[in-house]
Structures are given as structure tokens and as C-alpha cells.
Design a binder for this molecule. Sequence first.
Ligand code: 6GU
Length: 242
Amino acid sequence: MRVDIVSIFPEYFAPLELSLIGKARAAGTLRLAVHDLRTWTHDVHRTVDDTPYGGGPGMVMRPEPWGEALDALAPPDAAPPRLLVPAPTGVRFTQAMAHELAAESHLLFACGRYEGIDQRVLDHAATRMPLTEVSLGDYVLFGGEVAVLVILEAVTRLLPGVLGNVGSLDEESHAHGLLEAPMYTKPATWRDLAVPEVLRSGDHGRIARWRRDEALTRTARRRPDMLAALDPESLDKRDVAA
Ligand code: 6GU
């Protein structure tokens, strides 16, 4: 997968050298480039923002540098990338969207700052390439950079060959619409706290039942919205009893 990121703070993306994302880059699974928006400015001050038409606080990103950046990274004569614009006004980012993005061959992230990017940039880009404005949740960040780190981490771990144990993708929270059950490792007793007996029983049927019950209880307490959204067909008789 190819990924381009445009931002006025390229330094935000230094952590993408680390850990499994860094490995995916070294292996060529992820071809990632970070671009400074100011590359596409032409005045001595390398201006990227200005005051909003209609008044109000803050600054808006001017369209000219963004237009040139998108022309350079998504030339009209080449296969268009999927353009993602992180913003609190976007559609909610979910695990389902992470799977959708992991199937794309080229993602282009445009990181806005201040009060956002002039709307004409997005309207014009949308005539050339698929565009999604995406939000992490109901709170406001300074800009899209941290959101891109989050989205890229969620997407990269779904790329073939990035995770050592593919089974962990199947069992994890959100894979089946439920939160994951609690996990334990050695020692069997720590500070007088014992690992639940069932997990040490070796009885795989009982263990699966226990984990499912814990997942259901956790989801009911913490995320009643997720429980309500479950397909009733996916519940069995013993789930309903619990
Ligand atoms: Cl993607 N961007 C900004 N600036 N704030 C946010 C967000 C994104 N998601 C939640 N808040």
C-alpha cells in the first residue's frame, strides 16, 4: 500500500519509523511519504492560512497550496488515490472503515489545522478522486496529524504479513461486535490474586463459554450501544440466559 501525508508539521510523523509500522515500511508492505504543505507555497513567509470570509475566530487554510499539493500527489492522468481528510466534522472512523482502507492501494491524507481547509479544495478534489472526511470521535484536536497516526496504525496492522499472529485479528475487540474478555498470564497467583480457575482447567469448551460470557457482560456494562447493535441471530440460548 502507498500512503502520502500532507501536513504543515511533518515532524508529527516521526513515530511511523517505530515498531511494526516501521517494520512494514522497511519490508515494503507500506510505502509511506510525508510532505510539508509549505513546499507548495511561493511567498517569502510560506503562508498557508488567512482569516475566514464572513468573520469569526481563527484562521482557515488557503486553497492555493492545497490545490498544488493535491495536483502533485494525485495527478489527473494517474489512478486516483482515496483522499482522507481528518476533521471533527467527518464520519466516524471505525474498525469496519479500517478494513475498507486496508483494501485500498493508495491513501492520501490531507491534514488541516486551525479552523480547517477552504471548502473549495475539498469540492474540487471530490471531482477527481473519492474523498472521505473522517473523525475519531466527539472531541476536538488541534489538527488532523494525531488522527492520521491513529488511522494508519489501525489500517497497517490489517495489511497482509504485518501481524505475526493473524489469529489475533479474529479474536480482538470489535471483531465480532463485542469487547474482548480479560486476559491473564503467568504467574498463576500474584499479590494473592489468582487467575480464574477455568482458564487453567484445560477444558477448551468451558474456556470458550467463560470468555464469551465475560465479553457479553463487559460489553453490556461498558458499551450498551454495541450490545444493542448485535444481530440477535448471533446470540445463542446460553448467551440470552447470561
Ligand atoms: Cl480527525 N481531527 C480533529 N482536528 N479533531 C478531531 C478529529 C479529527 N477527530 C476527533 N476530533
